[in-house]
Write a protein that binds this ligand. Structure first.
Ligand code: IPE
Ligand code: IPE
Ligand code: MG
Length: 257
């Protein structure tokens, strides 16, 4: 890997944020809505509804804690395999969220971005996502990245297809393909890699989330269901992040070392 492509790893020492170590990009796998509801004898839909409230709290906390990018995994490429009723509930909650919250987010200077496959989505959803992005495009506050119909493997496949097309058309020399070329073809092309990935619910896996981008992320797994996630949890995760030593395969910077 060339030095120039190494320097593209966000959060590398040269790019550490200057605000007391708040991670610049936090990505969250919001998991456990169903189990939260089951534990209370409630329908799953109630868990998802309460999950949207936790999402609003997380946006507020990220903003207050100085996080610049907050990526939220809200629906995976694989979540279509759930029963039709649950899929439809989740789509309806997304519709409601955008209709109810977009004006406030815009007023708060939040820039909304959406990653994931847009093709094949119900037309009204695709339009709501487009509208949210275009309305807030010029905002300079928190970047709220919604991962919807997102899968890390699918994202890499699309990137590879576009790169292969460029090669086929003679616009790109295969020998010139490097880490940056792949990064630049992902949905996250102009965003920093996540510094911190949080997963709630106690599951210890990535479930196809930001596979490429998380190469050097720090991970925090919380034994709490997503609807219970609050500001104290967010602060705890950030405190844990701050206690980590990121080495990127190099050696710890220590006096006299
Ligand atoms: C997360 O909660 C929401 C989505 C995946 C859309 P789950 O619905 O996965 O809840 P559990 O993991 O079954 O408890
Ligand atoms: C990951 O959670 C997807 C989202 C949080 C949107 P899942 O509940 O779908 O993941 P698995 O099935 O437990 O791996
Ligand atoms: Mg789950």
């Amino acid at each position: 890997m060339s030095p120039s492509s190494l320097s593209r790893l966000s959060g590398s020492p040269a790019e550490q944020p200057a605000d007391g170590g708040a991670p610049r990009h936090v990505a969250i796998i919001m998991d456990g809505n169903g189990r939260w509801a089951a534990a209370r004898g409630l329908p799953r839909l109630e868990g998802h509804r309460r999950g949207v409230e936790a999402l609003r709290r997380a946006v507020r906390s990220a903003y207050d804690l100085g996080v610049r990018y907050l990526t939220l995994y809200s629906f995976s490429s694989e979540n279509w395999t759930r029963p039709a009723e649950e899929v439809s509930d989740l789509l309806n909650l997304l519709r409601l969220f955008i209709r109810r919250d977009l004006t406030d987010l815009h007023r708060e200077n939040v820039r909304v971005r959406v990653i994931g496959e847009r093709e094949g989505l119900p037309r009204d959803i695709a339009k709501l996502l487009d509208d949210a992005e275009s309305l807030t495009r010029a905002n300079t506050g928190l970047n709220l990245v919604v991962a919807f119909n997102y899968g890390g493997r699918q994202e890499i496949v699309s990137a590879v297809r576009r790169i292969a097309t460029a090669v086929q058309e003679g616009r790109l020399d295969p020998a010139a393909i490097d880490v940056a070329s792949i990064s630049d073809h992902l949905d996250t092309a102009d965003m920093p890699d996540p510094d911190l990935v949080i997963r709630t619910s106690g599951e210890l896996r990535l479930s196809n989330f930001l596979l490429w981008q998380s190469a050097y992320a720090e991970f925090v797994f919380l034994p709490r269901f997503w609807p219970d996630f609050d500001r104290a949890d967010f602060e705890e995760a950030i405190a844990s992040f701050r206690s980590r030593q990121r080495r990127y395969g190099g050696r710890a910077a220590r006096a006299g070392a």
